[in-house]
Design a protein around this ligand. Structure first.
Ligand SMILES: C[S@@+](CC[C@H](N)C(=O)[O-])C[C@H]1O[C@@H](n2cnc3c(N)ncnc32)[C@H](O)[C@@H]1O
Length: 425
């Protein structure tokens, strides 16, 4: 079964120039460099030519790959820098962008040649054709139409009824731990005073970390299955922890929290921009003047790299969880088909299935949503729970922070700066 396009390959007279173009301007990373000398029989057979010799590089951005060859033999026929797109053969490579005007302006300023400024191509699609340094045509394409309206999901089980059976293990323990470790300096000075909010608290992993640090915490989640676990986990903290079942869009808490947090892509669970705004506005109303809301959000890089057509197996004492992930870049929606083999009494396993959707919010959409929800400041910090993420081309998450109007509140700007947060103007 043919699955999808794995890579596109170009032949260039100048490998270094072509690699620099796609690396520096298009954000690809070189993942492999290779070469073969003349006389390689296997390469000649593959190319269908005698005496081939070349240097080459494989580049990757997300799940897209480009292979670039510079052949020294046999002598390649040169390509006109203005090769007409009507000529037979592959005409162009198309790159999906999230802001066509911005990309067109950025690349034009870097000297990239375009056939024309961005223009509509119908059906909510906007495009611009341009040329790489060898005259290969590329297309930039942005889909601006709102995602096709989906029929409301049938009243179905909370996916966390399944997920909760195998949630408290493996990577799902590490994300809340890293989240609290990063934010620990913000907690100083919040011990006395009103409770902090843990929103989308799930099984209470962050809630417990905060309570252990001496804070009073109100945890809110809409999943009864997750809250059952949170209640067990947090019972030992007595009245210091209060757990409430509810939807964040209808959050009603006294307007006095100095800090609210949402860890574990909670904001990516919200299905539309309108819902994101509604939830953010409800959170803003629950904060004291100058209070802050800190949350993590999954980046495009992570959706493209770790979700697209990827299967992850997570294991632990509660059982195994097979996460069959995919990402639709047009709808900007990730899906995880989960099959949980939950370990029950006497070591018996039961199988449970569900699907969870998460939504990829662009940075500019989050900035706009935080501002429109009434926050006075927006801060951002590229972040990951994985200590080796810096070896990848990009971070898999960002931490976001919104501050309500009315003063520095319990956590000053200096503390955010110390952590590396940058305020977005
Ligand atoms: C990946 S879990 C994260 C749980 C926890 N914060 C952690 O870090 O382990 C996401 C949680 O968000 C909750 N959630 C998603 N959307 C919500 C909403 N609109 N209102 C309340 N809870 C929500 C889910 O029920 C789930 O427990």
């Amino acid at each position: 079964m043919i699955q999808r396009i794995h890579h596109t390959a170009l032949s260039t007279p100048d490998l270094a120039r072509a690699v620099a173009f796609y690396r520096d301007l298009f954000g690809f990373a070189v993942v492999r460099e290779f070469a073969w000398p003349a006389g390689s029989k296997a390469a000649d057979r593959l190319m269908g030519l005698a005496g081939t010799a070349c240097r080459a590089a494989m580049l990757r951005r997300g799940d897209s790959m480009l292979e670039i060859f510079e052949f020294s033999s046999p002598a390649p026929r040169p390509q006109s820098e203005d090769r007409p797109v009507v000529d037979h053969g592959i005409t162009h490579v198309c790159f999906l962008v999230d802001d066509l005007e911005a990309e067109h302006a950025r690349l034009s300023a870097a000297g990239v040649r375009f056939h024309h400024p961005p223009q509509p191509s119908g059906g909510g699609v906007f495009t611009a054709y341009g040329r790489d340094p060898d005259g290969n045509v590329f297309e930039l394409l942005e889909v601006r139409e709102p995602a096709p309206k989906e029929a409301p999901l049938p009243a179905r089980r909370d996916p966390y009824e399944v997920f909760s059976r195998v949630y408290d293990q493996d990577v799902h323990l590490r994300i809340p731990r890293a989240f609290v470790r990063t934010l620990r300096p913000l907690l100083r000075g919040l011990r006395r005073g009103p409770a902090v909010l843990d929103l989308g608290c799930g099984s209470g992993l962050v809630t417990a970390h905060l309570a252990r640090a001496g804070l009073r915490v109100v945890g809110v989640d809409r999943s009864e299955a997750m809250l059952r676990i949170a209640r067990r986990r947090c019972a030992r903290f007595g009245p210091r922890v209060r757990l409430v079942r509810g939807d964040l869009a209808r959050l009603q808490a006294p307007p006095d929290a100095p800090l609210a947090v949402a860890c574990g892509d909670v904001v990516n669970h919200l299905p539309t921009q309108a819902v994101v705004r509604r939830v953010l506005a409800a959170i803003r109303r629950s904060l004291a003047p100058g209070g802050i809301f800190v949350f993590d959000a999954v980046t495009d890089f992570a959706f493209e790299t770790y979700w697209t057509d990827n299967t992850h197996l997570l294991r632990g004492p509660q059982g195994d969880l097979l996460m069959d992930c995919d990402y639709d870049p047009v709808r900007r929606r990730g899906s995880v088909r989960m099959t949980a083999y939950a370990r029950g009494a006497r070591g018996r396993y039961t199988r449970h299935e569900t699907t969870l959707h998460e939504y990829a919010w662009r940075d500019r959409e989050l900035v706009r949503a935080v501002r429109e929800a009434g926050f006075a400041q927006v801060w951002r910090l590229p972040w990951s729970a994985w200590p080796d993420q810096h070896e990848e081309p990009a971070m898999d998450r960002a931490l976001w922070c919104g501050r309500t109007p009315g003063g520095p509140g319990g956590v000053g700007d200096a503390r955010l700066r110390e952590l590396g947060f940058k305020q977005l103007r």
